[in-house]
Design a protein around this ligand. Structure first.
Ligand code: A2P
Length: 317
């Protein structure tokens, strides 16, 4: 298994299991099966609304001797309605309770976007808190306090631009260990990766397969389908691999952590085996050349007219 070294010196397994859209009644079995296959890194979030079932699966896997807690890497994320300083620790404690854990390995600020307390999904522009009303500095201070209390071993961010992390470095006593962002050949994020590498922030790539099952409201008519791209298929054929494996191998070879989601035992196995696939430089270049700056998760759900957040500010592009 490949590990990525974080700025603390700790090692995070590079290949993990994504759990967004892992359905109730199914996600628990998927986590158990993933652990049996050898996955040791499970990526969770409060907003996925499945942490309770994942917690039961983790607890059963540990009780049955499939895995030891210290060999697991569990990530979760602070939802947008809990950014105010006093709301951060209770949110993390709730996640720990659901996951039946005493500590997380990594806790991330899920988005650089804040909602009013209690607003899980904003329905109007009044449901947001602006960056001035919910300053990231306060949220981060509370994240740091959680780490100091031992509730999580590392803290980090998700969906943050280099500029936003750079701004945090002015006040952070604990630097973010990880930035989790969308990453696949249509959105290679090469500049962000370079910046993160220079600043000792490990990047985790989410939606590495192009998130084919994301909710319809997030899909755009006529969007490209990464898993069906003929360039990926052609490379897959040459290695007697599947397109999914090629996409995962590409992300791993670029030095990012990669967290494909699957609830299917065969695909879980297939995705795990992708860590052994070594793409040659020519194939890496072909995949690199597919970059088109295309976001499957473009954040437009935070940027309706009148919202304190705009797409330009969100991504700093
Ligand atoms: P399933 O859970 O039925 O396996 P992403 O990680 O980019 O969000 O993509 C997850 C989606 O891709 C899910 O719909 C998942 O379905 C599907 N998927 C996972 N692994 C593979 C694979 N190796 N080949 C094709 N589709 C896959």
């Amino acid at each position: 298994m490949t590990f990525l070294k974080l700025n603390s010196g700790a090692h995070m397994p590079a290949l993990g299991l994504g759990t967004w859209r892992a359905e109730p009644g199914v996600v628990g079995d998927a986590v158990r099966e993933a652990i049996r296959i050898g996955y040791r890194h499970i990526d969770c979030a409060a907003i996925y609304q499945n942490e309770k079932e994942i917690g039961s699966a983790l607890s059963a896997a540990i009780a049955d001797g499939d895995v030891k807690r210290e060999d697991l890497w569990i990530t979760s994320k602070l939802w947008n309605c809990n950014h105010l300083e006093d709301d951060v620790r209770p949110a993390l404690e709730n996640t720990l309770k659901d996951l039946q854990l005493e500590f997380l390995d990594l806790y991330l600020v899920h988005w650089p976007v804040a909602h009013k307390p209690g607003v899980v999904m904003p329905e109007s522009v009044d449901d947001f808190l602006s960056p001035r009303q919910a300053p990231m500095e306060e949220t981060w201070r509370a994240m740091e306090a959680c780490r100091e209390r031992g509730l999580t071993r590392h803290i980090g961010v998700s969906n943050f631009s280099a500029r936003k992390i750079d701004a945090m470095l002015d006040y952070a006593s604990i630097r973010p260990s990880v930035n989790q962002v969308e990453g696949h050949p249509y959105l290679a994020q090469t500049e962000l990766l370079g910046w993160c590498k220079r600043n000792h922030v490990v990047v985790t790539a989410y939606s590495p397969l192009g998130s084919p099952d994301r909710p319809e409201m997030l899909q755009v008519k006529g969007e490209p389908t990464l898993l069906d791209d003929p360039r990926v298929a052609h490379i897959a054929e040459a290695y007697e691999a599947t397109p999914g494996q090629v996409l995962i191998a590409w992300g791993l070879k670029r030095g990012t952590a990669v967290i494909p989601k699957s609830s299917n035992p065969e695909r879980l196995k297939q995705n795990f085996a992708a860590a052994k696939l070594q793409l040659d430089d020519g194939d890496m270049q072909t995949l690199d050349s597919m970059d088109r700056g295309f976001r499957f998760i473009d954040g437009s759900f935070w940027t309706a007219e009148g919202s304190p957040y705009t797409l330009a500010d969100l991504w700093d592009e």
